[in-house]
Structures are given as structure tokens and as C-alpha cells.
Design a protein. Structure first.
Length: 193
């Protein structure tokens, strides 16, 4: 019985020592981003950052910000996941660590619900304007489509910004918005005369 209890205690200790890869906050494309690491007993921390196109930083020294917080200012130039691999002298012993952060166009993640909400609201207003034959309401709905199309062109969709797929989707939505608003304004002008 004592052996089983000892094995359970050692097993619980080993499981608590194993931790998942920590995540840093999401970064915004082309904006200053602080990579942080805590180590109160370190005299140095060096990091390398690997993004989709390979290593963008290689063995650079982090700055001690005081109170055991180390920082490095970095400006991400591509969307996607960036892995941070580091090494410091934790209590005088060289120790490695790894973490990562995601880079998005807006600095936010999981914004797919936002796109769906704006698209549904815009299409709802457009359909409502068509049903009641009110061109200004239809134009108002198409403004939401312009907004979503431009947002997709500048920021991509969620964690994806691709010069083919997301640009195509953005251009199609902008074309649809242009057609709906132009047709509605044309009908408004023709009906006015």
C-alpha cells in the first residue's frame, strides 16, 4: 500500500512539472509588440523568433524591465503563428523555454462571428429595403457590405490573410455592395424623375 501511495505522489509531482506550451497575447500586424518572459533570478535571456518564413530574430538579448520581467520589442511583418525559443540562466543554470504568439491583421483572434454578424445584418437590411421598395434602406444595408469587404481586404479573415483567397472574397463582397447600392440609387433617381 505504501508503494502505491508513493508512486501516486511521485506521479502527481511529475504531472505538475510538465506544462503545456504557454501562449503570449495576440499581436497586431505591423505594430510594436512586446515579447515578455519572467525570470527573477536570470542575469540574461536570449530569444529567437521563428515565423512562417523562417527565423526573423536569432539569439537576440531581452532587456530586464525590473522585478524579473524581461521584454523585447518586435514588429511582426506577417500574419500567422510565431514561435519564441529562449534561453536564460535560471538560478545560474542554463534553462530553455518555448512559447508562441499569433499575429493577426487586427490584433484580435476568432473574429469570424463578427464577420457573420455584420453580413447577416447587412443582408437583412438589404432584403428589408427590397421588400418595402425603399432604396435608401437598401443603400444603408450595402454600406455594411462595403465595411466587411474593406475589413477583409485590410485585415484578412480571422487568422488568415492571403493575397488570393481573402482578397478574392473581399473584392467579391465589395462588388456585390457596389452593384446593390448603384442599382438602388439608379432606381431612386429614375423614380424621382
Amino acid at each position: 500500500m505504501k508503494k502505491v501511495l508513493l508512486i501516486l505522489i511521485i506521479g502527481m509531482f511529475m504531472i505538475s512539472c510538465i506544462s503545456a506550451l504557454d501562449t503570449l497575447p495576440t499581436a497586431k500586424l505591423n505594430s510594436k509588440y512586446l515579447i515578455t518572459q519572467t525570470c527573477a533570478s536570470c542575469s540574461y535571456i536570449n530569444i529567437s523568433v521563428k515565423c512562417l518564413d523562417g527565423f526573423v530574430l536569432n539569439n537576440v538579448e531581452m532587456n530586464n524591465n525590473g522585478s524579473g520581467v524581461w521584454v523585447y520589442s518586435y514588429t511582426p511583418l506577417e500574419i500567422g503563428r510565431c514561435d519564441v525559443i529562449g534561453k536564460g540562466d535560471l538560478s545560474g543554470v542554463d534553462t530553455s523555454f518555448a512559447t508562441y504568439f499569433n499575429v493577426t491583421g487586427s490584433g484580435f483572434t476568432e473574429t469570424l462571428g463578427f464577420y457573420i454578424l455584420i453580413l447577416v445584418l447587412s443582408l437583412g437590411i438589404i432584403i428589408f429595403g427590397i421588400i418595402i421598395s425603399d432604396a435608401p434602406i437598401t443603400v444603408l444595408g450595402s454600406i455594411g457590405l462595403y465595411f466587411v469587404g474593406l475589413w477583409i481586404l485590410f485585415n484578412g479573415i480571422d487568422n488568415l490573410k492571403d493575397p488570393v483567397y481573402t482578397w478574392a472574397i473581399g473584392v467579391i463582397i465589395l462588388g456585390l455592395a457596389f452593384y446593390i447600392s448603384s442599382k438602388s440609387v439608379y432606381e431612386l433617381i429614375v423614380d424621382y424623375n
